[in-house]
Design a protein around this ligand. Structure first.
Ligand code: FAS
Ligand code: PHB
Length: 389
């Protein structure tokens, strides 16, 4: 097989990239190691920045998002002083859309199918070859055979545990990481959401987040120690803990029910540089991970795709190869800005096992500024809805 761009990974990054490149007349193949059902079974992000929503519109896959997505003009934060709201619309004139990553991925798959995209599922043992030459190639195994893809460029959209990032030699790669001493236990339940908007709760027992997917599907999280396992948490134990961490007026009236998904996600901040190595480009979680507190993970994948489409179309369609060197610097500028915001919100809203009374007082002072200062709210709102590409 020969294509212009070989894409490793059929998650949101890989599918959005393939969709936009194909719409520009560039040939692609997507190599995904899991089955499509497995990819669609993963419950992940829930909040889309304006930039991501615009990317969905550009890709021609926004119809269901416009119909079923919920526009949120603000979010609520809960502290020991009570509940307060950050009004995105008032503070920065923008909003976000609550629409699950699962739906985004489903919409992208449907559009890719309609375009006759080449997507290979259960592509095992993907390997990248000659990525620093002008004739890179990729191999993978399927149905007991080894297949080869010759291409001009390779996009590593294969997530944090993929094969692309390790293809860049450690002598070339710089990695920056902060691992947080806790995780998020998340559940999905077919219940009416506890509130109309998200509630981020800072509580002495730990962080909690009330989110949703739609008016009949709720998504909730509690901060848990890294040593906890899902098996330790019955639904009853989750509901009891969750309702202790959110405001009583919400806890006392919310609907609870059986979990239809329950998982614990570790939290880390991670960036690898450079994002370009020869003809290989890292995209999304393959290059960076953010703690989900700021709802940036999926949204950063979208801006990476924006910059890479810009670079690849310039190189392939306009023969402007120099544009390829702009991908990394442009993407990393926005990545580090989102990295800071996600670190800030995680540090602000969680209880750290080793935090001192001084740390606690600083956290409370920061929360008070966020509650009472317009400038603090403007900064938070602008970061949360997403800084411009
Ligand atoms: P993905 O990891 O989604 O996709 C990579 C794809 O590559 C996968 O389908 C994988 O099967 C495939 N792959 C991996 N290795 C391969 C190989 N060797 N060969 C071929 N294919 C390979 N973000 C938020 O904004 N909010 C959240 O609440 C949130 N919750 C999360 C919870 C969890 C448990 C995780 C892991 C992430 C969460 N994220 C959240 C972040 C998440 O949404 C990512 O940012 C998003 O999935 C990034 O998309 P991709 O870059 O496509 O990576
Ligand atoms: C979610 O709905 O899964 C979600 C929303 C906001 C976050 C993290 C997760 O910050």
């Amino acid at each position: 097989m020969r294509v212009q761009v070989a894409i490793i990974g059929g998650g949101p990054s890989g599918l959005l990239l393939s969709q936009l490149l194909m719409r520009a007349g560039i040939s692609t193949v997507v190599l995904e190691r899991q089955t499509r059902d497995y990819v669609l079974s993963r419950i992940r992000a829930g909040v889309l920045e304006q930039g991501m929503a615009d990317m969905m519109r550009r890709a021609g896959v926004a119809e269901r998002m416009e119909r079923e997505g919920h526009v949120h003009d603000g979010t609520m934060l809960s502290t020991q002083n009570g509940l307060f709201r950050i009004d995105f619309k008032e503070r920065c004139g923008q909003s976000v859309i609550v629409y699950g990553q699962t739906e985004v991925t489903q919409d992208l798959y449907a559009a890719q199918d309609a375009m006759g995209a080449q997507i290979v599922h259960e592509a095992k043992n993907v390997a990248l070859h000659d990525v620093t030459s002008d004739k890179p190639w990729v191999t993978y195994e399927k149905d007991g055979q080894t297949h080869r893809v010759d291409c001009d460029y390779i996009a590593g959209c294969d997530g944090f545990h993929g094969v692309s990032r390790p293809t860049i030699p450690t002598s070339v790669r710089a990695e920056f990481e902060r691992v947080y001493p806790f995780g998020w236990l998340g559940i999905l339940s077919r219940t009416k959401p506890a509130a109309d908007e998200l509630i981020y709760a800072n509580h002495p027992r730990g962080f909690a987040l009330a989110s949703m997917r739609n008016e009949k599907l709720s998504r909730y999280y509690v901060q848990v120690p890294l040593t906890d396992t899902v098996e330790q948490w019955s639904d009853e134990a989750f509901w009891d803990e969750f309702r202790r961490r959110i405001p009583a007026q919400v806890a006392d009236t919310m609907e609870i029910g059986p979990s239809i998904e329950k998982s614990i996600a570790p939290l880390r901040s991670f960036v690898t540089e450079p994002m370009k190595y020869g003809r290989l480009f890292l995209v999304g979680d393959a290059a960076h991970i953010v703690p989900p507190t700021g709802a940036k993970g999926l949204n950063l994948a979208a801006s990476d795709v924006h910059y890479l489409v810009e670079a690849l179309t310039a190189a392939i369609l306009d023969k402007d190869a120099a544009a390829l060197d702009q991908y990394g610097p442009k993407a990393l500028a926005r990545i580090w800005s989102a990295m800071r915001f996600s670190w800030w919100m995680t540090t602000l809203m969680h209880r750290f096992p080793d935090q001192t009374e001084f740390d606690q007082k600083i956290q409370e002072a920061e929360l008070t500024q966020l509650e009472t200062m317009e400038s603090a709210q403007v900064t938070m709102a602008r970061n949360y809805v997403g800084l411009p590409y």
